[in-house]
Design a protein around this ligand. Sequence first.
Ligand code: ADE
Ligand code: ZN
Length: 359
Amino acid sequence: MCNTPLHAFLAALPKAEHHMHLEGSLEPELLFELAAKNRITLPLSSDAAFASPASLRARYEAFQNLDDFLGYYYIGMSVLVDAADFEALAYAYFAKAASQGVRHAEVFFDPQAHTDRGVELATIVGSVRKAQDRAEADFGLSSELIMCLLRHLPLSSALETFKHANDAGYFKDGTLAAIGMDSSEKPFPPPLWKDLFAAAEGLGIRRTIHAGEEGPPLYVTQSLDVLHAQRIDHGVRALTEGDDALVARLVASKTLLTMCPISNVKLNCIPSIAAFPLRRLIETGVRFSINSDDPAYFGGYILENYCALQDVFDLSVREWETIAKGSIAGSWCSEERKAQLFLEIDDVVHAYVMENEEQ
Ligand code: ADE
Ligand code: ZN
C-alpha cells in the first residue's frame, strides 16, 4: 500500500487495464506448482535463480533490460500446458484486478510461445474464455482478449498464426478483440510486420503494437504510418524523447498509449518513476492508460502503478478522474459499457468530494 492520502480513492476508482500479458501474471509460486504438476524441468543447473520461488522473485529485482526479462518470461510460461493451467492463470489475474478496482480488462497472450510447444490455440482461447466468463459473473468485470504475435519469430509464423485464428472464426465471434505485437523490440522495427497488419486491416480487425518501449520514437511513427496501428503499447519514448509534432499527432488521432510505469523502471527504459512523462501526457492531452504489463515479474499490479505515480506526482482527484475516463474512452468495449463505467467513476469521485468537503 502506498502512503498517499488518495490510496483509498485510487483503489476504489473504476479502472480499465489495457496492457497486461496473461503469461506475465504467472506468480513464481504458481510457476513452481505447475512445473511440478506438468513435470517440466526448470533450468536450475544453468541458473540458480530457479532454486525456489523466493530466489526467482529476487532475480526479478535485477532485470537489465527487456531481453533479460524476456528470457525468464518464456521459460516461466513453459509450465503452462493444459486448459486448467490457462484458466487458473487468467482467473487469478481477473480476481486480483477486480480486487483493485479494475472494471474492464483487455489482456494479451502469446499463442506462438504455446503452440510451438504443442499446446492447441483452441485450448488456450477456450480456457481463457471460461475465466473471462467467470470473472464477469463473479466480479462484473468485462474483458477482451488480444492475440499478440512475437517479433522475434519470422513474419511467416505470425501470418500462419493469424490465419489459423481467423479461419477458426475467433475475430468474427469476438473471442479475440484484436491483434498485437510484442517481445524483443529494437532489432525488429515495425515495418517488418506490414503484411500482417495489412491483412488484419483488410478484414476490419483491430491492431495494436508494442512500440517506443526500448525502440526509438521513430517506431511509434512507423507503427502509425506503415502499420496503421490504432493503439500503441508503451510509447514511453515518444513522450520522453519525441518531438512536439509526434505528440500532437497522437493527441489529434486520440491514439491510446497503454503505459506501464513500474515496468519501464524495472526494465531500465527510464531511470525512475520521476522520469515517467506523466506531466507531458497530461499537459498535452495524449490519451493514455496506466497498466501493469507483467505484474508477477515487475512486482506491481495496476493499483501499485497508480500509487507509484501518485507518490511522486501528487495528482489531484480531478486529474485522476480525467485519466480514468480517458482509459475508458480508449477501451475496446461497447459504448453502453463505457457509459456505465463513466457513471461508476462519477459516483466514486462524487463520494470522495462529498466526504472531504464535510471534513
Ligand atoms: N512481452 C511481455 N512483456 C513485454 C514487454 N514489456 N515488452 C515486450 N514484450 C513483452
Ligand atoms: Zn507489454
